[in-house]
Write a protein that binds this ligand. Structure first.
Ligand SMILES: NC(=O)c1ccc[n+]([C@@H]2O[C@H](COP(=O)([O-])OP(=O)(O)OC[C@H]3O[C@@H](n4cnc5c(N)ncnc54)[C@H](OP(=O)(O)O)[C@@H]3O)[C@@H](O)[C@H]2O)c1
Length: 217
């Protein structure tokens, strides 16, 4: 597949940020992962393993660097992370929102911080009105985001901008996904976020953590 090289700023250096970052680098894109501690040993190891197109920076460095941005922070920190990244760095850009609003205050399995009708996806879109937020990858574990072992599963995505969703579908194909099911505008993000407490309960029942949900039709 012929895909042009893009610069990707990944806001978040947890398992998700590092897995997607490695995925983008493996497809010849340039990646700068953001952290409040960009020179940590964890990230030095990640850069060494990911290769010459990988780097780290502050949230503001990474957001300014990326033509495409990925939000991969802890769900409760997303607004603080955007402030660190500077909202103007998001203007007009595709922003892939991978975050989940998991509430562990009562222990596992998690509940939700807000509700399906006031999701992180909507909160981010409200905070960044000129960014093109596409909710994607949040329903699958980081181990399956790139080169998934389940080859016949479609990712579920949503967002307001049709061209941005097309761009995300191209990225999904690059990463080895069969395709995507577009469930509509960003007002649907909470229903994708609501998958994840269920995903955790299924994991606890089956004692498996690389499972995904598949739409059969
Ligand atoms: N783990 C999975 O398989 C999976 C799958 C799908 C979706 N998700 C969702 O993806 C997101 C990332 O998950 P994760 O497991 O990779 O990591 P995580 O532990 O949920 O979050 C780690 C990231 O959050 C940042 N962070 C925490 N507090 C912050 C604050 N006050 N200001 C700025 N940044 C802050 C950390 O920044 P520093 O580097 O500066 O510490 C770190 O980069 C979450 O929303 C999660 O629910 C996870």
């Amino acid at each position: 597949m012929d895909v042009e090289m893009v610069k990707v700023g990944i806001l978040g250096s947890g398992e998700v940020g590092r897995a997607l970052g490695k995925g983008f680098v493996s497809r010849q894109h340039e990646v700068k992962i953001a952290s409040r501690t960009p020179n940590s040993d964890k990230l030095k190891t990640w850069v060494d393993q990911a290769g010459k197109h990988a780097s780290t920076g502050t949230f503001a460095d990474s957001a300014a660097f990326g033509d495409i941005l990925v939000l991969a922070t802890n769900g409760s920190a997303i607004e603080a992370a955007i402030d660190l990244a500077k909202p103007q760095n998001f203007n007009g850009k595709l922003v892939i929102d991978v975050t989940n609003q998991l509430d562990f205050s009562r222990g596992p399995p998690p509940g939700m911080l807000y509700s399906p009708t006031d999701s992180l996806g909507q909160r981010v879109q409200r905070k960044l009105p000129s960014a093109k937020i596409v909710k994607c990858f949040n329903t699958v574990p980081n181990s399956q985001m790139v080169d998934p072992k389940f080859k016949d599963v479609e990712m579920m995505i949503c967002g307001n901008d049709p061209a941005a969703k097309q761009q995300v579908m191209k990225i999904l194909k690059e990463f080895g996904w069969k395709g995507a099911i577009d469930i509509g505008g960003i007002e649907n993000a909470g229903w994708l976020e609501a998958f994840v407490p269920l995903w955790a309960r299924v994991g606890m029942s089956l004692n498996t953590w690389d499972h995904v949900f598949k739409v059969v039709r």
